[in-house]
Design a protein around this ligand. Structure first.
Ligand code: GLU
Length: 487
């Protein structure tokens, strides 16, 4: 049993690539088969250089590893279609010789004019077969002739338009056009390369998104003409936006796989979420591991209805996974995230790592994604010169009695002997609540805003302990200066 995912490197990776990889891999692992990664890069016009590396990187990040692929090698190498271009030619020759394919010399301009006219006349669009049955010389007499021909499939009138899908049963697809299989640049199109490679790589099950349903009858014909056994087909439902439209990078940032890492979703939470988008465990549990998915995997449990990509649910799931992590693990992931977004340097010092670790128990209950730690912890890693107070927080809190509270807090904290949470709390309560008779909110709000720059922070006394005495006092003095300049 061999399955594959076959992404095209046309931009930063789409979440659908992870979704398809997950289902292919779960099936392969359950069956003891192989999971292959093949790069379909024959469309040179849409090729993006970094894309392949980003695909590898994000799939590794998710733990969706392949057994054979361009970076791993394997018995059917190469796994990049651009390196296999020689292998497609003989099959094209054979299809031409058998009359299943023909040359087409029409220029792109002629084809678009033809399409326009068909649309105007409300006729079905499709190639009008102007070149069919003509020699090069005959065709050259007519307008819209191009020197470099493409090769098209000759779709027979009796072409079967249904096929059997493992999860959908019999599927009907529209009648195909005379599909181009070899382009003018001599490279195969997706359809030919995909079929030839799936055959040559021994793929037994083609598991892909439902957007390929309309292509499958063409593929079935190619298998038949080339005398090959077709694989089993599984067309997974497309992920949808909440308005049910197809998830696209233009409309939804969550279509970009990199977005999840930027936002600080945990890979294990995203894998669980993507699994839930098409799969349910027999006991209906929503939180499960990849291994649990593998153990119970069955195409009969896979949805065919387009699952809605609900980010609230993912946030909830991610929060759950965050709270399941050990504090050491979570601290390490927060550190890595802060480095990625530039709050910490690319290689944080041990001291910085320790500070994040010490702060972790004070933030872990307050976040659903790692990016929420940025706002909560930035105050610990901002130099005094760069430190600023959020203007709205300053306007809301640094007023009225704030100066009195800050002045008293400074005097009291200067005298604290042991700089720890307990002493800080005792001292500030004595000075501000008992001493000045302030309500806790009015007493501690200004201290929080002056020290952390925000009204929302990890717990105050713990935050001051982490910030250290010198930095705390410097910031409180600066806060006081802002409230009562010159005093
Ligand atoms: N290269 C196609 C894609 O980008 C592969 C489709 C298939 O799996 O057949 O999705």
């Amino acid at each position: 049993m061999r399955v594959r995912v076959a992404p095209s490197p046309t931009g930063d990776p789409h979440v659908g690539t992870a979704y398809m990889s997950l289902f292919n891999l779960a099936f392969a692992r359950q069956q003891g088969g192989q999971f292959i990664l093949r790069v379909e890069d024959t469309d040179r016009a849409r090729y993006v250089a970094d894309s392949e590396a980003q695909i590898f990187d994000t799939l590794h990040w998710l733990g969706l590893d392949w057994d054979e692929g361009p970076d791993k090698g394997g018995p059917f190498a190469p796994y990049r279609q651009s390196e296999r271009s020689e292998s497609y030619r003989p099959h094209v020759e054979r299809l031409l010789a058998d009359g299943h394919a023909y040359h087409c010399w029409c220029t792109p301009e002629r084809l678009s004019e033809m399409r326009e006219q068909q649309q105007k006349a409300k006729l079905p669009t499709g190639y009008d077969r102007l070149c069919l049955g003509k020699t090069r010389e005959e065709r050259a007499q007519l307008p819209g002739f191009s020197e470099s021909p493409v090769v098209r499939m000759l779709i027979p009138d009796a072409a079967p338009l249904t096929f059997v899908d493992v999860i959908r049963g019999e599927v009907k697809a529209p009648r195909p056009d005379d599909q181009v299989i070899l382009k003018a640049d001599g490279l195969p199109t997706y359809h030919l390369a995909n079929v030839v490679d799936d055959h040559e790589m021994g793929i037994t099950h083609v598991v892909r998104g439902e957007e390929w349903i309309s292509s499958t009858p063409k593929h079935v014909l190619l298998y038949e003409w080339l005398g090959w056994e077709p694989p089993a087909f599984v067309h997974m439902p497309l992920l949808r936006n909440t308005d049910k439209s197809k998830i696209s990078k233009r409309k939804n940032p969550a279509a970009r796989l990199l977005w999840f890492r930027e936002q600080g979703y945990l890979p294990e939470a995203l894998v669980n979420f993507l699994a839930l988008m098409g799969y349910s465990l027999p006991d209906g549990r929503e939180i499960f591991t990849f291994e649990e998915m593998v153990e119970t995997f069955d195409w009969g449990r896979v949805n065919t209805v387009g699952p809605v990509f609900d980010l609230d649910k993912l946030g909830w799931l991610n929060g759950h996974y965050i709270r399941e992590l050990s504090l050491d693990d979570l601290g390490g992931r927060i550190t890595a995230h802060l480095s990625r977004v530039g709050v910490l340097p690319a290689e944080p010092t041990q001291e910085q790592r320790d500070l994040v670790r010490a702060a972790t128990p004070h933030v872990n209950e307050r976040m659903n994604v790692l990016s929420e730690a940025e706002g909560m912890l930035a105050f610990l890693f901002t130099d005094d010169d760069a430190f600023t107070i959020e203007p709205e927080s300053a306007a809301a809190v640094l007023k009225g009695n704030a100066g009195e509270a800050l002045a008293a807090a400074i005097t009291a904290l200067e005298a604290v002997e042991t700089w720890d949470t307990e002493s800080i709390e005792k001292t500030l309560r004595a000075a501000l609540v008992e001493g000045l008779g302030l309500k806790p909110k009015l007493a501690f709000g200004p201290v929080r805003v002056a020290a952390t720059g925000r009204r929302v922070s990890p717990p105050l006394f713990e935050s001051l302990e982490l910030l250290g005495r010198d930095r705390t006092l410097r910031r409180l003095r600066a806060g006081l200066e802002a409230v009562r300049p010159g005093q």
